[in-house]
Design a protein around this ligand. Structure first.
Ligand SMILES: [Zn+2]
Length: 133
C-alpha cells in the first residue's frame, strides 16, 4: 500500500474515533432535551465562488440519537473549522420556541483558505412530545 493511502486511512480512522467520542460526550437527545420528540435541521452549505450553494441537507434527530450538532466544513484543508449548532438548538429548547433561522460562517483557518470560504444557513425546528395527561 502506498504511504499516502495509508496515512489517509489512518486519518480517517482517527477522525471516526474522535467523532464517536464527541457523540458519546454530547449524550442522547432524550437526556439533553427531555420532552423533545424531534429536532430537524435544514442546512444550506455555501462556499465562496461562482456557484455558492454547495449542498442542501436535512437532518432529523430523534430522542434516541446523539445530541451532536457539529457539522464539518466541506473543505478538506480546513482545520478546526465547521459549524456548531449546539448552542442554537439549546437556545431554541430553552426559549420554548419551535423554529429559528440564522447563518454561521466557518472560522477554520488554513493558508490556502479565505476567511469567509464557507458558511451555512440553518433553520432548526423542534417538535415537543405532547404533555402526558
Ligand atoms: Zn472551513
Amino acid at each position: 500500500m502506498p504511504k499516502s493511502v495509508q496515512t489517509h486511512r489512518q486519518n480517517h480512522i482517527e477522525r471516526q474515533e474522535l467523532l464517536k467520542k464527541n457523540k458519546m460526550a454530547a449524550g442522547l437527545v432524550s437526556e439533553r432535551f427531555p420532552g423533545v420528540s424531534e429536532i430537524v435541521l435544514h442546512l444550506t452549505y455555501y462556499q465562496r465562488g461562482p456557484h455558492p450553494v454547495l449542498m442542501v441537507r436535512t437532518m432529523n434527530f430523534s430522542p434516541t440519537d446523539y445530541a451532536y450538532f457539529h457539522m464539518d466544513c466541506m473543505r478538506e484543508e480546513c482545520k478546526n473549522g465547521g459549524f456548531d449548532l449546539t448552542s442554537v438548538v439549546t437556545g431554541l429548547v430553552k426559549a420554548r420556541k419551535k423554529t429559528v433561522k440564522g447563518k454561521i460562517c466557518c472560522d477554520g483557518k488554513s493558508p490556502s483558505l479565505a476567511p469567509n470560504h464557507a458558511s451555512i444557513a440553518y433553520e432548526v425546528s423542534i417538535q415537543s412530545a405532547k404533555p402526558e395527561r
